[in-house]
Design a protein around this ligand. Structure first.
Ligand SMILES: *[C@@H]1O[C@H](CO)[C@@H](O)[C@H](O)[C@H]1NC(C)=O
Ligand SMILES: *[C@@H]1O[C@H](CO)[C@@H](O)[C@H](O)[C@H]1NC(C)=O
Ligand SMILES: *[C@@H]1O[C@H](CO)[C@@H](O)[C@H](O)[C@H]1NC(C)=O
Ligand SMILES: *[C@@H]1O[C@H](CO)[C@@H](O)[C@H](O)[C@H]1NC(C)=O
Ligand SMILES: *[C@@H]1O[C@H](CO)[C@@H](O)[C@H](O)[C@H]1NC(C)=O
Ligand SMILES: *[C@@H]1O[C@H](CO)[C@@H](O)[C@H](O)[C@H]1NC(C)=O
Ligand SMILES: *[C@@H]1O[C@H](CO)[C@@H](O)[C@H](O)[C@H]1NC(C)=O
Ligand SMILES: *[C@@H]1O[C@H](CO)[C@@H](O)[C@H](O)[C@H]1NC(C)=O
Ligand SMILES: *[C@@H]1O[C@H](CO)[C@@H](O)[C@H](O)[C@H]1NC(C)=O
Ligand SMILES: *[C@@H]1O[C@H](CO)[C@@H](O)[C@H](O)[C@H]1NC(C)=O
Ligand SMILES: *[C@@H]1O[C@H](CO)[C@@H](O)[C@H](O)[C@H]1NC(C)=O
Ligand SMILES: *[C@@H]1O[C@H](CO)[C@@H](O)[C@H](O)[C@H]1NC(C)=O
Length: 595
């Protein structure tokens, strides 16, 4: 009865977790979420615009899980266009069916819902989710996703007094459809209109630069306490320098790996990256303090308004923050500073990560590389009259049929396994070329940036060891300078213009996994590919089967049970019946929990 009570009670909250003590060994706990993705009107920079909210919130709610949880997320598309939610950094082990990109999933059509289910196996850390299609992230739809450590596993710092989530990102007052049209017309997006912190515009630190009436973010803290501040750059394409006035940022974690702890006064956070800092409220609260995220690697005097400012408010604060913002790094004449800062972020090899063994117990530096991929980017170019961005000369065309689904139904010609492992001197082209990667291989990937902007590269399904950065062209000799001992593992790395970044990755996760730039404009223009990793002895144990609710599209549209246009059937799923479905799901969870 008590358990039923819990279940009924949770029906009253939109975002709810049904967690019941497990009485048997078999089942890891379940966490259930409903994410309703819709437009709301907001004016983060003082101009009303349509923003993508999740459960009416912008940014969306936190997905809060613990190592090995089964996470079930029912995503409801209340937009007027297709939707897929993606979870970068969550490894989806053996289960690329849930990754939420066009190479892995058919889109969720407007007025429909689709339930993702995946296990956050052997992971901890700070991540975020976002809508992966149609440039939607530029209008919002993102929110934090955390994986807590299991209680039996120590964290390499004192239990913080609280969690603070900070989502920073450049922002345009044009919506994502307008931005898309600009790119489709072959235009550059130009300078963003500002930087948002947690969906809000800048505090009015300067009356000339910031108009009156803008709502800003206030982070409430108590003196003497230490918080875990999780910062995510969810923006379109601008690297942001993050700093909190008068406070040290003690770096503790990057995208799932504990770092050697060191204090920063400021840190560059590239698009798509996530960090946890421990911040102690050790100041005298003579006033509030500024939290700043300002544009980097651009002409900073022209980009002054591309600065996010929030307020850190001690409960004993004696007044508002005043005066100039804390200074950004002044390294115009020291181009190596950002590279040195990046190299200084190293793994705490003795800490336990998700499992009770040291993070450094996988001696990546002693493993022989089985294949090297040099992935080169150049500035966007016109191909057949349209603006496109390329990787090794290929501008990727979005799959019409998800790659593993095409494999399963033996549909030919949906993609090619011919992605070149180095840049070739040939005509740039549009294609669906995918990397034929070898299961259990240990590969080296060099991102060579011959573009003019700093970029972030991300790999789904994996964390990679970021072993080297340098200016110029990568050569085999560059390997002698790799960090082969305590390089940080993460899933998103910066690649400076005119420079390269090298990563090592052990291909132990079957499926099809996206490699992309997180710079939304370059990604939209085709700068991505996938790695297809199949165990040649696949017997159903190394890769999961397609889920029961798999959607069909493209060449497999004929299998779809959905009408291809939106229909009134969708509304049946709503209203009163929603309660019934939720109850049903939770009853199943109960049954499952008790075996
Ligand atoms: C986006 O902006 C365009 C142009 O300003 C406008 O026509 C359109 O209605 C907007 N779309 C949404 C979904 O807000
Ligand atoms: C996450 O859930 C745990 C318990 O399951 C709770 O202690 C913690 O406060 C939650 N964190 C957030 C940020 O909601
Ligand atoms: C849509 O939501 C309903 C109600 O929660 C659920 O029963 C159903 O499985 C969902 N549909 C899909 C395809 O996930
Ligand atoms: C506000 O910014 C403008 C433009 O950068 C600058 O000239 C001015 O000195 C600033 N005002 C204050 C009070 O700092
Ligand atoms: C980092 O700064 C904190 C104060 O915020 C201080 O207590 C700590 O000793 C510093 N740690 C290092 C490694 O410098
Ligand atoms: C508080 O700290 C600030 C900055 O360190 C300092 O200028 C100020 O004098 C201090 N105020 C008090 C009351 O200690
Ligand atoms: C790596 O390669 C070297 C030389 O090719 C070889 O001697 C060594 O045994 C290999 N190491 C492993 C772990 O396979
Ligand atoms: C690339 O190919 C063109 C024409 O085929 C040739 O002129 C050029 O020298 C080649 N460049 C390099 C670096 O090989
Ligand atoms: C350009 O378009 C034509 C006709 O659609 C096509 O045959 C050709 O392959 C395209 N060229 C490239 C570089 O994609
Ligand atoms: C992919 O690679 C495997 C070996 O790793 C090879 O047997 C297979 O023929 C390749 N497939 C294609 C289409 O190149
Ligand atoms: C791109 O490559 C060319 C030729 O190798 C070189 O001259 C140029 O400096 C490079 N530009 C960048 C931004 O890397
Ligand atoms: C609906 O799907 C069928 C079967 O694939 C296809 O022939 C038809 O063109 C589709 N209709 C629309 C409106 O997309």
């Amino acid at each position: 009865m008590a358990l039923l009570g819990v279940s009924l009670f949770s029906l009253f909250s939109l975002v709810h977790i049904a967690l019941l003590p497990s009485l048997c060994f078999a089942a890891d706990p379940y966490a259930f979420y409903d994410l309703h993705v819709s437009y709301i009107t907001a004016s983060p920079l003082g101009v009303p615009q349509q923003v993508i909210a999740v459960n009416e919130k912008f940014p969306g709610p936190v997905i809060n899980s613990t190592t090995n949880y089964n996470v079930v997320v029912n995503v409801w598309n209340d937009l007027d266009e297709d939707l897929l939610m993606t979870w970068p950094g969550i490894q989806m082990r053996r289960n690329s069916w849930q990754d939420g990109l066009l190479g892995t999933n058919c889109p969720i059509h407007p007025k429909r819902n689709w339930t993702y289910q995946f296990q956050v196996k052997d992971q901890i850390g700070s991540y975020f989710y976002f809508p992966s299609l149609n440039f939607q992230r530029a209008s919002g739809g993102f929110g934090p996703f955390i994986i807590n450590n299991r209680e039996i596993i120590d964290i390499p710092f004192a239990e913080p007094d609280g969690d603070i989530f900070i989502m920073i990102g450049d922002w345009y007052t044009r919506n994502h459809t307008a931005l898309r049209s600009a790119l489709d017309a072959g235009n550059n997006l130009g300078m963003p209109d500002g930087v948002l912190i947690n969906g809000k515009g800048p505090y009015r630190y300067n009356t000339t630069l910031v108009p009156d009436g803008i709502q800003y973010e206030t982070v409430q803290v108590d003196p003497g306490k230490t918080y875990r501040v999780r910062v995510h750059n969810v923006g379109v394409s601008t690297c942001l320098n993050f700093r909190i006035q008068n406070h040290f940022l003690t770096l503790a974690e990057t995208e799932g790996f504990y770092t050697v702890q060191q204090n920063f006064t400021d840190l560059d956070i590239h698009v798509g990256q996530s960090y946890s800092f421990l911040v102690t409220m050790d100041q005298n609260a003579s006033s509030d303090y500024y939290i700043v995220a300002s544009a980097r690697f651009v002409n900073e005097s022209l980009w002054q308004r591309v600065t996010g400012v929030a307020v850190l408010h001690y409960s004993n604060s004696k007044g508002p923050a005043t005066g100039p913002l804390p200074d950004p790094p002044n390294d115009f004449y020291d181009k190596s500073r950002p590279i040195n800062q990046a190299l200084s972020i190293r793994q705490n090899v003795s800490a336990s990560g998700a499992r009770p063994n040291p993070q450094g117990s996988f001696h990546y530096g002693t493993i022989n590389v089985t294949e090297t991929y040099v992935l080169k980017t150049v500035p966007p170019v016109l191909i057949n009259g349209t603006l496109r961005a390329t990787l090794n000369g290929i501008s990727f065309v979005k799959p019409a049929t998800p790659i593993r689904l095409a494999d399963q139904y033996k549909v030919k010609g949906e993609y090619k396994l011919d992605f070149p492992n180095k840049p070739l001197n040939r005509t740039l082209r549009l294609d669906r070329s995918v990397i034929n990667a070898t299961y259990k291989g240990f590969i080296e990937v060099i991102f060579q940036n011959n573009d003019t902007v700093v970029q972030s590269f991300h790999m789904d399904g994996y964390s990679f060891f970021v072993v080297g950065f340098d200016f110029g062209e990568w050569t085999e000799d560059s390997r002698s300078r790799y960090n082969k001992w305590d390089a940080i593992a993460r899933s998103t790395t910066q690649v400076f213009p005119g420079a390269w970044t090298a990563v090592l990755v052990s291909l132990d996760n079957t499926g099809v996994w996206n490699i992309r730039t997180e710079n939304l404009d370059r990604w939209y223009l085709g700068q991505e590919t996938y790695m297809r990793i199949v165990n040649p002895e696949e017997n159903g144990e190394t890769e999961m089967a397609a889920p029961g609710n798999v959607l069909y599209c493209g060449a497999l549209q004929y299998l779809s049970k959905e009408p291809n246009t939106t229909s009134s059937a969708a509304s049946v799923l709503r209203g009163n019946s929603k309660l019934y479905f939720t109850l049903l799901v939770e009853l199943f969870a109960l049954i499952y929990t008790f075996c």
